[in-house]
Design a protein around this ligand. Structure first.
Ligand SMILES: C[S@@+](CC[C@H](N)C(=O)[O-])C[C@H]1O[C@@H](n2cnc3c(N)ncnc32)[C@H](O)[C@@H]1O
Length: 739
């Protein structure tokens, strides 16, 4: 018997931007975990064998296990992953609760390097078990520090198939809230070592048409400080050509991408396990309406791809009209230039089902099915509908020759996940590839003035149920200007000198966000390709929201005196350029003192750090705790430090302070941590009962989810995962300047 979950929902603003259905957290209504139309429709589509329906429904109506990914560049991630394995896992293994064994976290076998973990733990266990509470705190702080990301398992597949390399130009067309963008960025930074970031020559453009959601994107990707990232706010189906200097000779050429992710807006019924309101609101007309936008986005992606490049098309919908139908139409339009790649040998261990080459279309809300477009046309011949469904919703005659079976459909009962659809496309290496029996297709058209390649297209009638591409809804572009700082700018030259950066620091890649001539407050670093893009394109035309990463900032030292300071996010980028003799060496004891107080005096620190600080004349330094100081970590820890006349302080925000503390000392020695400990002990003594959650720990949740519609609250535990349309879990913090 499927169990019900208590939640009340209201209809969101109804665009395909992630808030079609907005859950309200309340116990007033019960949403049943079933929907007769849903079942009838999918039974007709034959997405699985009849006997599989029971396990499918059972799985769809049960709670999704929590999955998290250890993030960051490869070396850093491996180190933290080892720490989970060697430190936490033994503590969480063999635990019993109420006489029952509690499942320990387990690594997902098909994810490279075992960086993904899956947990199935009830709230009461987290509440009552010291071991799990400790693990919870670790997860929360490492998430805040950007080292761990909660993400739905199936949502991790598309970036893996793209096989991104550090030199690739990558586009994530529909990127918010950004969990897949974060994975793509990590792949660009695969060559980083654990103590320093190599500046990749590649690029990631993370785009989303919803302005508010681009800010989630900035926050999400900001966790991996990258000079190779740009965030834009455009309708992907009309993404403009970006100009870069031509490789051969003079002049400009259109930027083409090596890798493109089209994780398009969809009806989201694959996320039913999280977004239970879909059981109630599931509709037959939404997928038909989205098909056209999905196809236009895919076609634009295909145009922007380099010859030989790879493109992933994915949705969190089960529906063939949003999946195989879109691919079939796009493949036929491309006349043999693209093919679906056979990925059956990739991600061994991941259970997947083949794509389908037959399906039917529900042509009205009541579920009337027409097997072919011809049948549908006949049925409506004597009616005068204002809009007609697109023929591309149906399987084309050549469906069997398109290798749609190479697509993968993930079903929830196979490995306890959400449902998902993915296909990997490759563009032929030579542009003159011959057609393999491609069929002519009637495609949804864009308005002539929106066509990025400048080919006027004819007007057409809007198809039934079809929605307009939401483009960039209702937001006037008003970002602060971006400008590269002149290399002879006096303020900058002096700043770099006082930070002891070596002369080979790439200062031509530094930019500021202010009007030229204003005092520089924050300094961002990009790589060469982003510089090229910014210098050759109007940032307003490409609706640039953010790019590069903030590496240093101005610091008021009282009165009129100002200096630059290192920033935590930028440490790995500036580190290779800091003169080694200017890096301050500290012991683990020094670190504890610096974490426990905001501005300890030099006297509280040990030799040789105390004397080094007395000798130094600058104000901002990098502090190094050598790996020999810690039993758990093989790499040194580098942190930014501020030096005043008689005291010094770590330049870390409160959460980063707690994360470093938990990682290095197994306890939170920071002022916030101490305060929390005091509160908890007080409550325990008062109630003489179970420990209660204190700030920064939500009661009984290992990593509670942030649901759509809660963007304005700052969650205690950010959940960066999924981002699927229908009320997916989303980041709450909105701060464009952060990265
Ligand atoms: C399935 S979600 C993407 C999830 C994201 N890839 C992730 O992993 O976090 C689809 C996104 O498409 C965006 N979107 C909708 N219409 C769009 C359009 N025409 N162009 C670009 N983005 C669009 C929505 O705002 C939404 O954020």
């Amino acid at each position: 018997m499927p169990r019900s979950r208590k939640q009340k929902f209201n209809k969101g603003k109804g665009k395909h931007g992630g808030d079609v259905w907005k859950p309200e957290r309340t116990d007033k209504w019960e949403i049943p975990s079933e929907n007769a139309k849903f079942r009838a429709y999918y039974e007709k589509q034959k997405i699985m064998q009849p006997e599989e329906w029971e396990p499918f429904m059972k799985s769809m109506s049960s709670t999704l296990p929590l999955t998290f990914r250890v993030t960051g560049s490869r070396a850093i991630a491996e180190e933290l992953n080892d720490f989970i394995k060697t430190h936490h896992l033994p503590l969480l293994t063999g635990i019993t609760f109420a006489g029952e064994p509690v499942e320990a976290p387990k690594q997902v076998s098909w994810y490279p390097q075992g960086l993904v973990w899956q947990l199935n733990i009830g709230k009461s266990v987290v509440r009552k078990s010291d071991e799990f509470r400790h693990f919870q705190r670790f997860l929360v702080y490492e998430t805040d520090a950007g080292n761990i990301s909660r993400q739905e398992l199936v949502s991790m597949i598309p970036p893996l198939l793209l096989d991104v390399q550090p030199h690739h130009y990558v586009m994530d067309m529909c990127a918010a809230p950004g969990s897949k963008s974060a994975q793509l960025l990590e792949a660009l930074h695969a060559a980083d070592v654990s103590t320093a970031s190599a500046i990749p020559s590649g690029l990631l453009i993370a785009n989303d048409s919803e302005y508010k959601r681009t800010h989630m994107l900035v926050h999400q990707t900001g966790r991996l400080a990258s000079p190779a990232l740009m965030v834009t706010n455009l309708d992907a189906s009309g993404y403009p050509n970006i100009k870069i200097p031509s490789e051969h000779g003079s002049g400009l050429t259109n930027l083409k991408f090596d890798r493109i992710l089209a994780d398009v807006p969809c009806s989201g019924d694959g996320t039913l396990r999280k977004n239970v309101n879909i059981w109630r609101d599931w509709s037959l007309s939404i997928p038909n309406g989205l098909h056209s936008l999905q196809l236009r986005i895919l076609l634009r992606g295909m145009k922007m791809l380099k010859a030989g490049g790879l493109l992933v098309y994915s949705t969190c919908s089960l529906n063939p009209v949003e999946n195989e139908a879109v691919l079939a139409a796009a493949l036929n339009q491309s006349a043999g230039e693209f093919s679906i790649v056979d990925v059956s040998d990739q991600l061994p261990g991941l259970i997947r089902r083949p794509g389908m080459d037959t399906w039917t279309v529900a042509t009205n809300k009541d579920g009337t099915i027409h097997d072919t477009y011809a049948e549908y046309e006949k049925a409506i011949a004597d009616k005068e509908p204002p809009k007609r469904l697109l023929p591309t919703l149906w399987p084309p005659e050549n469906a069997k020759s398109l290798h749609l079976e190479r697509c993968m459909r993930i079903l929830p009962q196979d490995q306890d996940t959400g449902a998902f659809f993915v296909a990997l496309l490759q563009k032929a290496r030579r542009p003159d590839a011959t057609s393999s029996g491609a069929q002519e297709v009637v495609l949804p058209k864009r308005k002539a003035e929106d066509d990025p390649d400048g080919q006027p297209e004819q007007k057409r009638t809007k198809a039934d149920g079809e929605e307009e591409a939401d483009g960039v809804v209702g937001h006037v572009y008003s970002e602060q200007p971006f400008y590269y700082i002149d290399e002879d700018n006096e303020q900058m030259k002096e700043g770099l000198r006082t930070l002891n950066l070596s002369p080979n620091f790439p200062s031509h890649l530094l930019f500021a966000r202010a009007s030229k001539g204003d005092t520089i407050r924050s300094v961002f670093l990009t790589n060469e390709i982003i510089r090229s893009i910014l210098l050759n394109n109007d940032t307003e035309r490409i609706r640039l929201i953010n790019c590069g990463t903030k590496v240093i900032a101005e610091h008021s030292t009282g009165g009129s005196s100002r200096a630059f300071r290192f920033l935590h996010d930028g440490v790995s980028l500036v580190l290779p350029y800091v003169k080694p003799e200017e890096i301050l060496q500290a012991s683990l004891e020094d670190l504890k003192v610096l974490l426990a107080g905001y501005n300890p005096t030099f006297e509280e620190l040990q030799e040789p750090l105390r004397n080094a600080l007395l000798d130094k004349t600058g104000t901002s330094y990098l502090l190094r705790i050598p790996s020999s100081e810690s039993q758990s970590f093989k790499q040194p820890l580098n942190l930014p430090l501020w030096k005043a006349a008689k005291s010094a302080g770590l330049l870390l925000d409160k959460k980063a302070r707690s994360a470093v503390s938990l990682r290095m000392f197994g306890e939170d020695v920071s002022p916030v941590g101490k305060e929390q400990g005091k509160k908890r002990r007080g409550k325990e003594a008062e109630a003489a009962g179970p420990a209660e959650a204190v700030d920064g720990e939500q009661e009984g949740e290992l990593m509670p989810e942030v649901l759509d519609g809660e963007e304005d609250e700052l969650p205690a535990f950010p959940d960066s995962s999924g981002g699927e349309i229908a009320g997916a879990e989303e980041e709450a913090t909105i701060d464009t300047q952060r990265a």
